[in-house]
Design a protein around this ligand. Structure first.
Ligand code: GZL
Length: 328
């Protein structure tokens, strides 16, 4: 898959990795073949979910004996693009990246394609009508996640005997796949039900601090009596909203219904305490499947284009006593 010169360069890179400069875990140089090198552009460290996802990738690379060149873009698309270009110049074996937003990737992915380097898109997706720009996608079915949130709310409305529920939505990063599709999936589930009205959507950018700001703004605008349900696109923003509600003397989970997404331990603990009503699971544990795909590609095997992990939903109606620790 590489020319001799680039192999020498790659071995030099692995030597750097061996110094821990990039957290590589490669086979000792001089083995039958130098370890595969994966270039990984991670979008940031904005949530417990993201940190869990990064750990999943690092641990899986270690288990498979692959070199991992990881760059953390700290929420900046331009840094992701620069990192992918550096992976191309190093001639890594495979590029993996989680696109912070859906657009703006065509040029750099075209460069990777011309360099003959397979690209695996992980977690979030890109907007493109040319699926030749990437080899495979692995990540959640975000539409299904949104539908699960909406289906829970309909069940909750039945249980409450509610005639009408005002919903406020705290959304994730604008123009990202999880934000768009968690919103669309939720509306697919509730749109036909006259009891449900989404009265406002505000962007919390998947950040706890912005989740707090959003909740403070919504509470000031509508008052506790004007909001029946908060639908938040991730646990970090939900946990920020919880702090604001409780500081205002409101009992979240009772006075106001809280619906969240991800399944971070801190949020699951709040669900068990009755402070959150529903958490739609979004697993960050994608690393093992990614590295299995890398291994298959290195052996010239075909891999499926679309890959979705199994996910579930945790609600106040479930017995969660046996739920294993979440690990993120
Ligand atoms: C979803 C992922 C989202 C998480 C957030 O797959 O992209 O980004 O739901 C994270 O916690 O910030």
């Amino acid at each position: 898959m590489r020319h001799v010169m680039s192999r020498l360069l790659a071995l030099a890179l692995l030597a750097l990795c061996a110094l821990g400069l990039a957290g590589c875990a490669a086979k000792a140089p001089g083995t039958a073949q130098s370890a595969l090198v994966v270039g990984f552009s991670q979008l940031g460290s904005e949530s417990g979910w993201r940190i869990g996802n990064t750990a999943s990738m690092e641990q899986a690379a270690e288990r498979w004996g692959f070199g991992l060149m990881m760059d953390n873009a700290n929420q900046r698309q331009d840094k992701q693009i620069a990192a992918i270009r550096s992976f191309i110049s190093y001639q890594v074996d495979v590029i993996v990246f989680s696109p912070i937003v859906e657009t703006g990737w065509t040029n750099v992915l075209t460069e990777a394609k011309k360099a003959g380097i397979p690209v695996i898109i992980m977690d979030r997706m890109i907007e493109t009508d040319d699926d030749g720009l990437y080899t495979a996608y692995i990540g959640a079915d975000f539409l299904a996640e949104g539908r699960r949130a909406g289906e829970y709310l309909l069940k909750k409305a039945d249980a409450m005997g509610a005639e009408h529920l005002n919903v406020v939505e705290i959304t994730g990063t604008e123009e990202s796949t999880p934000m768009r599709e968690r919103q669309a999936g939720f509306m697919q589930a509730v749109d036909g039900d006259v009891r449900i009205s989404v009265i406002e959507r505000v962007s919390g950018d998947f950040l706890r601090s912005k989740g707090e700001e959003c909740m403070r703004y919504l509470l000031k605008k509508y008052g506790a009596d004007g909001i029946d349900v908060v639908y938040s696109h991730n646990d970090e923003m939900t946990l920020g909203a919880l702090d604001v509600l409780e500081a205002a003397g409101i009992n979240p989970g009772k006075d106001i219904v809280l619906i969240s997404v991800d399944g971070q331990q801190e949020a699951v603990d709040a669900l068990k305490e009755g402070r959150i009503n529903c958490i739609v699971e979004c697993t960050p544990d994608l690393g093992e499947n990614v590295m299995r795909m890398v291994d298959a590609l290195s052996r010239g095997e075909e891999i499926p284009k679309q890959n979705h992990p199994e996910e579930t939903v945790f609600t106040e109606f479930d017995d969660l006593s046996g739920l294993a620790p979440r690990g993120y």
